[in-house]
Write a protein of this length. Structure first.
Length: 185
């Protein structure tokens, strides 16, 4: 079995959930891997982010968010309201805030992202897509989006797998197991 790792580095500049279309990067990773049959796993190690497959909407808000993706955010807002102040959710508690501020050097307000953790847990942090004849199978309108639900600050993340060699993982990790014309074992 062949396993190929690729990296996608992304930046979320807005202080709101951001959708990053990583379809082209996924296609390039599969093409570069030489895998003809198998699966592609797009994964985030970040507990405030998700990976989804969704139809490309074409229409966009002024900030660039596709209409269909904003519709999804609007429904999630009803289910899991954005954390706007301490005490709205049980997390983060005083011990967590102390750790973030004292041990990590973060601002306390950066921990007010409980909604992002819940949304990521509900949506999931990975997608697995078939590779057939060297191409990912997304259907006619399917796109792969890396979703950063953590809108408390602009951020770059290094999504590196701690067990992978340096440079193999970025914010969205792409893995293409397969090869030899056979599905992976």
């Amino acid at each position: 079995m062949t396993v190929h790792h690729a990296t996608v580095d992304l930046h979320s500049p807005l202080r709101k959930p951001m959708f990053h279309d990583v379809t082209a990067a996924a296609e390039a990773a599969v093409t570069g891997s030489g895998v003809r049959a198998g699966t592609l796993t797009v994964y985030s190690k970040h507990t405030t982010c998700s990976v989804i497959i969704q139809e490309e909407s074409h229409d966009r808000l002024y900030d660039g968010t596709e209409h269909l993706l904003q519709d999804m955010l609007d429904r999630l807002e009803v289910l899991v309201p954005t954390c706007r102040h301490e005490g709205q959710y049980l997390h983060p508690g005083p011990m967590h805030i102390r750790h973030a501020v004292d041990d990590l050097g973060e601002e306390a307000v950066w921990s007010l992202n409980t909604d992002a953790h819940i949304r990521s847990g509900l949506i999931g942090r990975s997608e697995t897509i078939p590779i057939v004849d060297g191409r990912i199978e997304l259907g006619e309108f399917g796109r792969i989006y890396f979703v950063d639900f953590d809108g408390v600050r602009a951020r770059d993340r290094d999504g590196r797998d701690p067990e992978a060699p340096p440079g193999l993982w970025g914010r969205a990790g792409l893995r293409s197991p397969g090869g030899g014309g056979c599905p992976p074992a």
